[in-house]
Design a protein around this ligand. Structure first.
Ligand code: SF4
Length: 264
């Protein structure tokens, strides 16, 4: 995990934050129970543990994306057998061809269609935190979805820092995905552009089958664009487009910061 020192004052802070999060969970508990959005990442293992401690009813869901890191899948299967695995209607690769574009840090159509689709008509517990982006600082702990009016969100750890999350995990001795010990700071899809160029390059090397599947999808996307009379898309070969995709991921971070989190 981290080499952070666990101190008494951190423990006291965590106790206060825990009490507040549990109170939020109890206060907004719907009669049918919560829908808990579970990604297998550090924030979701904390909200899962808090929901259990709060004694609220909930069903946890892992939204598969077809580009899920195998380490995350193994972790969930091993430690969270009660989490439901929701299959996507479309694969990431088909979506790339259909959208005629790759997902980018600014246009995350994949998250909207793959990860944020569940929980209609429900109150969804998320692990969203203000510390993740400036845009998220405008989010309320309990709020209605901007896109789907029948959906509400409860973000019980919205005011926690990343340090608080790790302190809680350590205090509760919760198991966590091995990818964190390998240097990942956030867990998402393989080749997710949100992790920046460095993370994408690491993924390309670590998961060559997925890298090649992305290349094939880009090839099909280019074929479709050509059939529509467009000669290129940030390059005219799959390799050129891949190069653009990876290196574009570091582009305009400030704009990304202002849009991240406004997509739910
Ligand atoms: S985590 Fe990244 S790649 Fe996966 S659905 Fe969201 S934006 Fe797309």
């Amino acid at each position: 995990m981290t080499d952070m020192q666990y101190t008494l004052s951190a423990r006291q802070k965590i106790d206060v934050l825990t009490e507040q999060a549990i109170q939020r969970l109890r206060e907004h508990e719907p009669s049918e129970g919560y829908y808990l959005a579970f990604s297998g990442g550090k924030d979701s293992i904390v909200i899962y543990d808090l929901a259990v401690r709060a004694g609220v009813r909930f069903d946890a869901h892992y939204s598969q994306t077809t580009v899920d890191p195998p380490e995350v899948q193994h972790f969930i299967k091993e430690h969270y057998s009660h989490v439901a695995w929701d299959k996507p209607r479309n694969s990431m690769f088909k979506m790339i061809v259909q959208h005629r574009m790759l997902p980018t840090r600014l246009i995350r159509y994949c998250c909207s269609e793959l990860k944020e689709i569940g929980g209609r008509g429900r109150t969804v517990i998320t692990g969203i935190r203000w510390a993740e982006s400036t845009a998220r600082q405008g989010r309320a702990p309990y709020e209605q979805s901007r896109k789907i009016k029948s959906k509400w969100f409860l973000h019980p750890i919205i005011d926690w820092s990343t340090q608080d999350v790790w302190d809680y995990i350590r205090a509760r001795n919760l198991p966590y995905c091995s990818l964190y010990d390998e240097g990942k700071t956030r867990i998402g899809c393989i080749m997710c552009p949100m992790q920046g160029s460095k993370g994408m390059l690491i993924d390309a090397e670590r998961y060559p089958k997925y890298y090649n599947a992305y290349l094939r999808a880009i090839g099909k996307m280019l074929d479709s664009l050509r059939a529509e009379g467009k000669s290129s898309y940030h390059g005219s070969t799959p390799e050129e487009v891949m190069h653009w995709w990876i290196h574009n991921a570091d582009y305009d971070t400030q704009t990304v910061q202002s849009t991240l989190g406004g997509n739910l």
